[in-house]
Design a protein. Sequence first.
Length: 314
Amino acid sequence: MFKETFDFYNSANLKSYNLDSTMRYQLSVVNRLEPFTKRHSENVANLVCRICEYLRCKRAFTIYATICAYLHDIGKLYIPKEVLSKPGKLTTEEYEIMKKHTTLGYEMCMKDINLRPYADGALYHHEALNGTGYPNGLTKKDIPYVAQIIRVADEYDAIVTKRQYTTHVNISETLKDLIKDARPENYMKTVALDMLKENYKHGKINPKILKSLFKVVIDDTYYEITGVMQYIDYLKDQVKRLEEIQKYDEKRLEATKEKEQAYYLEGMKILFDSGETVENYKQVLKEYLQAIVDRENHKQKLYDEIKIIKKLRV
């Protein structure tokens, strides 16, 4: 039986840049990360590359931003495993240790001439436009644009991973949470008073970049729909085959001569797929028919999700 598979991120655009040859050394460094962080870095790079396209960034900047995104969490190489891989919520002390991955990553990049150009991604990707980020509490005017892009992609993938999304159904709820971070809020308790006047109009993340992320997510949702439709086509082919088997079976049961019964039985066996028998093919057919109904419903939910995303306002 054909196995339905779906990769949450559509990396077609990322591959079109042939980044492997451009950043072979940088990728070799990322490969030293533990699997979870490595996968996260790949996801963020994927998103950053495609966000840059919707922002109409120049090709050179897009490649630069993508490499920065691959390396943004490289400082986690130096975070103790018991903190980095802790399943539950970090304590205040552990969180302070985790936050050091930004400066550790920056220092690592600055010591390596091949990584030095991409140090901004490592250092600044947790800074917030309104000054509430870390490690330096910078505000919009001082945060490199590449880091602003990485921040949006990083936050999105972190939420997607935490909520264990395997489909884009209900993904609009995550985008709504990001909208909250893009809007100004009362952060008087966490930001010095002399900064309030300058930064009260800003949220944590850049709204323009977030809008571009919306477009990327819509693309990925269409990509998932395409996969669902291909699987539905496969299921329909299987139903057609099994219905042909059923016709042979009906004729076999109607036949009075043993030779005719054997003829129709042989026709059934030729059409059987692995694991199918005279005794179970009807149950398999029933399951395929139900699977088509389920996938059609899923496809509609994805189309509905796209409608919701298109109506979102930052």
